[in-house]
Design a protein around this ligand. Structure first.
Ligand code: ATP
Ligand code: MG
Ligand code: MG
Ligand code: MG
Length: 473
């Protein structure tokens, strides 16, 4: 069956509703009371709330959601992957089903498998799964109940198939993942890129604290599948960016650039690179719009700096392919058209989004033009492989180039720089500056090791009210 992305959203939720799951609205992209992570990066953060606080009170022990997720830092940073792999986005939607001490591994696996192979009619012989080698139980379900052949079951170690929340305290357990064979002709059949991870099914029956892992009294299930990846399977594409909702945006951007009556200079001529830039713009405009809709504004610290880095990367991609200043503002209506019906916050905050994009484009575009000239001169001159830290610092401090952006531009030219030296210059500048507070660490401000998901309180009023009712009963 060929389904649109939006038909897939509905099909997924209806399937799990039919199987006695309660459909809940998505949670906020920005965890309100948890300072340890910047953005919601999985449907899990939601489920853990429920597991910890509400599960014992709630008669609804089976839930399904579609959770928008942002992966731009910390344990999950896919910023640099965008456009380079066919399957990573900064913003994606995670289809999830959750069981709070309600069903077992076998049921979780059957639900997922039947959804893919019965409901969606995906050919089973193009799927394979991964299992933790010690997890005999899960292996037996795939082998004896689902009847997969041995070569469809890949045994892995704990790095791949044991899910934890990183270094912090919280639930954990084995997981099993379902992969799709892309059947690409351009690489060998055994190449790892033939396989795209579709669905991660986590069995949370243990608890990790500072120094050990103990058993929980019951098993909870927590699954996540990327909507955009599933859409690529159903629409017979090998690249997420070729699916309907992304193509709508990318085609629109191409039209905007080609129909520009006052063409600007183009700096990229390699077709593969040009396509990469289109993908980056389409991806980043989606995540930037959603973040602004959530109340984030560009700044030099915290979440605001992540947003700024996303927008500036997109502006730079636009610049490379010869778009005139202001492309992002013109691109927003395409996002609104494609996902505004699902995420009404985009429509409700339209004025704000356009205003923020415009301000950022106005302030960065000319700096980018000037900075790129400086960069080019210095790259041509630069003797060995390293650009001088002073130039990198100047681009950062005077022209607003995020350090990671400079790193990417340089790497395209086979160059790099000494980050320690650059950081030294930045902290010196910080000391000199009386208002040093606006100069922050330029690297990844989302680098937090201590994730405290389970303390994250419910951030969606509707979700909360749904459960509050049961708690009070
Ligand atoms: P990958 O190995 O491909 O990076 P992952 O193991 O990091 O994926 P999980 O944390 O297991 O991903 O998340 C569950 C599912 O969410 C994945 O199986 C995949 O379908 C989807 N997913 C994860 N990261 C992204 C992303 N950046 N863009 C789109 N979908 C994603
Ligand atoms: Mg990943
Ligand atoms: Mg993976
Ligand atoms: Mg995974």
């Amino acid at each position: 069956v060929n389904l649109s992305t939006n038909e897939l959203r509905q099909t997924f939720l209806k399937y799990f509703e039919k199987n006695d799951h309660l459909r809940l609205p998505h949670s906020s992209l920005v965890p309100k009371d948890d300072k340890s992570i910047f953005f919601t990066n999985a449907g899990k953060s939601f489920s853990i709330n429920i597991t910890s606080f509400l599960c014992s009170f709630s008669p609804h022990k089976q839930v399904t959601t579609i959770q928008p997720c942002i992966r731009t830092g910390g344990k999950h940073n896919d910023l640099d992957n965008v456009g380079k792999t066919p399957r990573h986005h900064t913003l994606f939607e995670m289809l999830g089903n959750f069981s709070f001490s309600s069903y077992d591994k076998s049921k979780a696996i059957h639900l997922a498998w039947n959804f893919l192979t019965d409901e969606l009619q995906i050919p089973a012989n193009r799927l394979r799964v991964s299992v933790l080698a010690e997890d005999q139980n899960t292996f037996d379900v795939w082998k004896n109940e689902i009847k997969l052949s041995d070569d469809q079951i890949i045994l892995n170690d704990t790095n791949e198939n044991f899910w934890t929340m990183g270094d912090s305290e919280g639930p954990c357990g084995t997981c099993t993942e379902i992969f799709w064979n892309l059947d690409r002709q351009d690489i060998s059949p055994n190449h790892p890129d033939q396989w795209m991870e579709l669905w991660n099914i986590v069995f949370m029956d243990k608890w990790q604290d500072a120094d050990n892992i103990s058993n929980l009294s019951s098993l909870s299930i927590d699954t996540g599948m990327g909507l955009e990846r599933l859409a690529s399977v159903l629409q017979n594409k090998q690249d997420n960016f070729d699916t309907d909702e992304f193509q709508y945006i990318i085609t629109g951007i191409k039209n905007l650039i080609n129909n520009n009556s006052t063409p600007t200079k183009k700096f990229e001529f390699n077709q593969e690179k040009i396509n990469e830039h289109y993908k980056i713009i389409a991806d980043h405009i989606r995540s930037a719009s959603m973040l602004i809709a959530q109340g984030i504004t560009p700044s030099n610290t915290g979440q605001g700096y992540v947003l700024r880095r996303i927008i500036r990367r997109a502006i730079r991609s636009a610049y490379q392919i010869g778009a005139a200043n202001g492309l992002l503002c013109k691109t927003f209506p395409l996002v609104e058209q494609s996902i505004g019906k699902i995420y009404s916050e985009l429509v409700d905050n339209k004025t704000k989004i356009l205003q923020v994009l415009q301000t950022e484009e106005t302030s960065f575009f000319s700096n980018l033009q000037r900075g790129m000239k400086i960069l080019k001169n210095n790259v041509d001159k630069c003797p060995r492989h390293n650009l001088s830290p002073e130039v990198v610092f100047k681009l950062y401090d005077t022209y607003g180039f995020p350090i990671d952006l400079t790193r990417i531009i340089l790497s395209e030219n086979g160059k790099s720089f000494d980050i320690d030296e650059v950081e030294k210059l930045i902290s010196e500048a910080k000391l000199r500056s009386k208002t040093g507070s606006n100069i922050e660490s330029p690297m990844d401000p989302n680098e937090h090791t201590k994730l405290n998901y389970y303390l994250q309180s419910l951030d969606n009023d509707k979700v909360f009210n749904t459960f509050k009712g049961y708690v009070e009963d």
